[in-house]
Design a protein around this ligand. Sequence first.
Ligand code: GUN
Length: 295
Amino acid sequence: MAASIIDGKLVANLIKERVKEDIQNWMSKGNRAPKLQVVLVGDNPASYSYVKSKTTDCIEVGIDSETLQLPDTISDRELREIIEGFNKDDSIDGILVQLPIPDHIPPQAIIESIDHRKDVDGFHPMNVGRMQVGQPCFRPCTPAGIMELFNHYSIPTKGKHVVVVGASQIVGTPTAMLLSREKDGGKSTVTLCHRYTKDLTKHTINADILVVAVGSPGLITGQMVKEDVVIIDVGINRVADHENERGYKIVGDVDYKSVSEKASWITPVPGGVGPMTRAMLMKNTLLAAKKSLYP
Ligand code: GUN
């Protein structure tokens, strides 16, 4: 039987609608609109397109946003000074530096230069650490969005075997953490696979829920999963497509055709996890404006 679709676009729209109402309510009490400051370094076309979608979402929900575009020649120090300025600016609630940044700038130093109270990406060690110990914090947007999808579709995670493929700092590792955690978490048994995992299929074939976030088009095929698996495909890959007027199409890390024949639920790409990441960013920016997490 064909898999049911986990419609991230639909769920993201519901979340954005709620955020929009909350913002209207917040502003009706005399508060200004929340403001997100985005920093884009260099001219990576994919990053440019993600930032554009994020700022479109801001307009939709009533968040002010500004994007500072910087040349890829900027130094580590100059970038940190700019961020320092945003940290001190009371008119800015959330700061987002779109990743990846050019190789000569260490990303961790940039992440740590952002005031954790404005870290709407949830990447600062203060937020990462507080999430681990179950304290109020900004949750990273993609893992938080994935948890919302399970919640919306009432897909049980308690006691399930979740296999996460990809141990990145911003998706795989925090997703594994949230899913395994008891308090406000998935209560799942989690296997975290990465580039050094031997015999990936040995793990994926046992997954009740498979989360894939590696950036490798079509990595997971139908033969690698069991019947009725739930598939969360985080991959957003541009592959050449001469029939498409842009010259490329977007595909996930999962071979949709063969996997959807076996899965019970699956996220499409595009229209699955991507819109959820952006919706959670809107939610985090509102939380930052309200100072709900760090009063
Ligand atoms: N690059 C890819 N995903 C993300 C994200 O969620 N936040 C930022 N800042 N950069 C990214």
